[in-house]
Write a protein that binds this ligand. Structure first.
Ligand SMILES: CC(C)(COP(=O)(O)OP(=O)(O)OC[C@H]1O[C@@H](n2cnc3c(N)ncnc32)[C@H](O)[C@@H]1OP(=O)(O)O)[C@@H](O)C(=O)NCCC(=O)NCCS
Length: 155
């Protein structure tokens, strides 16, 4: 192999490039770790057909990862966020997951997740400047959030 390797930024990737890089990484992981069983997990809340909230994430290696959670402003504070999280956790349990993790910013929902039994295991200050990014975990999904003293949903 005597050709030099060119390293460059690419604003637009050619078809298949992302897949090839991911395939390469997964190929490595497969050799080193147990099967990941990576599966997307989405929970959507609709009112009269219109989306008013949702949870997006995935499960793999026995963990639930929460990537995005949002409820529409006009329905907030009525238990919908909790319902979305419970539904995601229930599906994760059904898939055999035991733990969950996610992250949130200081201007988002730290207290919300703590109420659901998540605890901070790490944080990055000044991310973005003047704020903090928190990383949270919940170690035992077999304890449903309902049993952690939470109220019932009004939505
Ligand atoms: C965070 C969010 C999803 C919560 O949804 P919601 O429908 O208002 O949540 P719920 O009504 O189920 O609230 C459950 C509990 O958490 C509390 N809570 C809700 N949002 C909270 C927040 N941002 N911080 C602290 N506590 C919060 C509620 O007061 C309620 O408390 P209770 O158990 O004493 O009744 C919603 O406010 C939202 O979309 N925020 C903007 C985007 C965001 O921050 N997303 C999270 C990204 S990580």
């Amino acid at each position: 192999m005597n050709q030099s390797i060119i390293v460059e930024l690419e604003a637009t990737l050619p078809p298949g490039a992302v897949e090839q890089i991911i395939r390469g990484l997964i190929g490595y992981n497969v050799m080193k770790a147990p099967p990941a069983d990576h599966r997307p997990l989405a929970v959507v809340a609709r009112r009269a057909g219109e989306i008013v909230g949702g949870f997006l994430g995935h499960t793999h290696w026995g963990w639930l990862f929460g990537r995005q959670l949002w409820t529409a402003e006009e329905v907030r504070g009525n238990g919908l966020g909790r319902r979305l999280m419970r539904a995601a956790e229930a599906e994760a349990r059904a898939r055999g997951c035991r733990h969950a993790h996610l992250d949130t910013f200081s201007f988002q929902a730290l207290g919300f997740y703590e109420r659901l039994g998540y605890r901070v295991f790490g944080q990055l200050e000044d991310y973005p400047a003047g704020h903090t990014r928190y990383f949270l975990e919940k170690r035992d999904l077999s304890v449903p959030s309902l049993e952690l003293g939470q109220g019932t949903s009004k939505v």
